[in-house]
Design a protein around this ligand. Sequence first.
Ligand code: GDP
Ligand code: MG
Length: 139
Amino acid sequence: MSTNRTFTMIKPDAVENGHIGGILEKISSAGFKIVAMKYTQLSTRDAEAFYAVHSERPFFGELVEFMTRGPIVAAILEKDNAVEDFRALIGATNPAEAAEGTIRKLFATSIGENAVHGSDSDENAAIEGAFHFSGREIF
Ligand code: GDP
Ligand code: MG
């Protein structure tokens, strides 16, 4: 994956609350092109592997429980400076601290149930995209 791509998930809370359309509209309006997308659900093993970097954190069990409780939308997005610009678009991890107009400010519930994931580096964007999509699912 090239450095103009990032990986996102619309998390179970946002799906449950009916925000798939609203979030995709924000993503599209901000100039991101969807190059891969699927509606899916993480197994416990998937979520533990995806968030392995957080396995020692006190909230890890809660995070895995949350991320597996219902379907998600996974997508690879393309835009110049994708990783950084997408992190700006989603806002701070804690929606209480997220800037006005950001996706987490608009759609998230709490620091745990924060509506969306966004990769934090080009390297992780490539790893996370490959976790969810095969080459022929990326356009
Ligand atoms: P992100 O990069 O902004 O998504 O944040 P992190 O990489 O720090 O954390 C990954 C995910 O773990 C967050 O998006 C939240 O869903 C969850 N998380 C982070 N901090 C907390 C916390 O203090 N409590 C709970 N329950 N979940 C958290
Ligand atoms: Mg992170």
